[in-house]
Ligand binder design. Structure first.
Ligand code: UT7
Length: 320
């Protein structure tokens, strides 16, 4: 089986910084409520950037950092729940923007776990010898799916993109992976698409916005993240105490704190940038990785954890 390593990371931000103070002029909320309940202070939202543009910018930076040409990429996977179009896929439009002429390009939908799911596909594709260089992007313009009158959701989300390049190597750095889903309980976090309407069926009205039962999702998250961490360490020689960095999906600071407490892990090991970005769904882990990597040393063991709509969850164990 081939080894796999990360060879480049990039990220990109949407153009407008929306502060808690400005949000308080749009809906009945306050900086105090948002900060104490979530830890979020600001979020970047699109003032014109598309998902494809954010994804392409993050990808171009990852390619530069990996020192490889776009034309060398074998595969491009974009994880997103906010594609610009149903067709072509965001990945195909990124392929065109980058000039990645020999890539196979496709999108996947796994909400906030999308980057972990996409990474698993990329890593397994390299391991089986089918491809050598794969670009995985998490990119979202969630602001177009938000009901800006709904204070339960509009304070939480942001736009952005992060990108990672996985490459075949003799010196394997991906130590384990774990993913799972629970479609039965998917109704706690939903985003409707085009309703069924054809010559047989009259259009039914659907709410076109992101809807979330926050308390249910909070319970799910604080329960599933420790499981993700335990599962990804199982059948490896790596112990919990060996992990130098935990990069969790950036949904809520209280979730990070609750997991740290439950697992008796020093909370300073949990990277946090949700105060600047809010929850950017599939983009949150690669954006966090891009920012956290300044603190990584060679040999550091790192755990990535995603969880969210579907319901979906998963984790990756890496060595830097
Ligand atoms: O990426 C997918 C994963 N998503 C998540 O992980 C999100 C998980 N859930 C959460 O992070 C939290 O549940 C929230 C941050 C969404 C909400 O925090 P909470 O402590 O669970 O608040 P709550 O929903 O129980 O609401 C408490 C109160 C309610 O008022 P009453 O009924 O007690 O009078 C809400 O109406 O806070 C009210 N509220 C607000 N007040 C001011 C809800 N949103 C706001 C707001 N500003 N923005």
């Amino acid at each position: 089986m081939k080894g796999v390593k990360i060879s480049g990371i990039g990220s990109s931000k949407a153009g407008y910084v929306l502060t808690n103070e400005e949000l308080s002029t749009i809906v009945d909320t306050s900086d105090e409520w948002i900060t104490t309940r979530t830890g979020i202070k600001n979020r970047y939202i699109s003032n014109g950037q598309t998902t494809t543009e954010l994804a392409s910018k993050a990808a171009a930076l990852a390619l530069k950092n990996a020192n490889i040409e776009a034309s060398a990429l074998d595969m491009i996977i974009v994880a997103t729940i906010t594609p610009d179009l149903f067709m072509p896929s965001t990945a195909c439009m990124v392929q065109s923007a980058l000039g990645a002429i020999k890539s196979t390009a496709f999108d996947i939908s796994a909400a906030c776990s999308g980057f972990i799911y996409g990474s698993k596909i990329a890593i397994n594709s390299i391991r089986c010898g089918d491809v050598k260089k794969v670009l995985v992007i998490g990119a979202e313009v969630l602001s177009k799916t938000i009901n800006w009158q709904d204070r339960n959701t509009c304070v939480l989300f942001g736009d952005g993109a992060g990108a990672v390049i996985y490459e075949a190597t003799d010196n394997n750095k991906i130590l384990n992976m774990y993913t799972q889903s629970d479609g039965k309980n998917g109704c706690s976090l939903t985003l409707n698409s085009t309703p069924l309407k054809n010559c047989l069926i009259e259009e039914k009205l659907v709410t076109p916005y992101m809807q979330m039962d926050g308390r249910e999702v909070y319970k799910f998250a604080t329960n599933i993240v420790p499981i993700c961490i335990e599962k990804v360490l199982q059948n490896t020689e790596v112990k919990l105490s060996d992990i130098k960095h935990f990069i969790l999906h950036q949904a809520n600071e209280r979730i990070l704190d609750a997991v740290a407490k439950k697992m008796k892990i020093d909370k300073s090991l949990f990277f946090k940038n949700l105060d600047k970005y809010g929850n950017t769904s599939a983009a949150s882990i690669p954006i966090a990785l891009y920012e956290a990597k300044a603190n990584f040393n060679t040999g550091d063991k790192i755990v990535l954890v995603g969880f969210g709509g579907g319901l979906t969850w998963g984790s990756l164990l890496l060595e830097w």
